[in-house]
Write a protein that binds this ligand. Structure first.
Ligand code: RB5
Length: 148
């Protein structure tokens, strides 16, 4: 189950991402917004990120104007590993090496086709584990307030 969320800048791109998820046979849950009225990205980013760390969803795709604000908001939810992407290579490696569980993109930055390509690479990549798991464990330790 993929959590989706956006602010008012990301509505159209979110709908395009839904079409991609349909074509990949992946289920999703939309955490809003569902209106073009100006809204606060933190609210929707938080709700989708929380669904991921609570186990209701496996991962999240979040969209705002740049992908940055909603990404910062989601990254404040403990347990997220957020990747803000505008290229396919970073998106794929963020899964293979960092096991990112939240992808954010900027609707004002990337075109629809590129955004869908980024999302597809991210969704289909596999975490490689091994030395990368050790590094993720270190990130989790930082999150718990431990010194490295
Ligand atoms: C909204 O104007 C814009 O600030 C927001 O979508 C996002 O880009 C913030 O990071």
């Amino acid at each position: 189950m993929i959590a989706l969320a956006c602010d008012h800048t990301g509505l159209e791109l979110k709908e395009e991402i839904k079409k991609l998820l349909d074509s990949l046979g992946l289920e999703y849950r939309d955490f809003g917004t569902d209106s073009h009225a100006s809204c606060d990205y933190a609210v929707y980013g938080y709700r989708a990120a929380k669904a991921v760390v609570d186990g209701l969803c496996d991962r999240a795709i979040l969209i705002c104007g740049t992908g940055v604000g909603i990404g910062i908001a989601a990254s404040k939810v403990k347990g997220t590993r957020v990747c803000t992407c505008s290229d396919v290579y970073t998106a794929e490696l963020s899964k293979r090496h960092n096991n990112s569980n939240v992808l954010t993109m900027g609707a004002r930055v990337v075109g629809v086709d590129l955004a869908k390509m980024i999302a597809e690479h991210w969704l289909t990549a596999t975490f490689e584990g091994g030395r990368h798991q050790r590094r993720i464990d270190q990130i989790a330790a930082i999150e718990r307030g431990e010194a490295l």
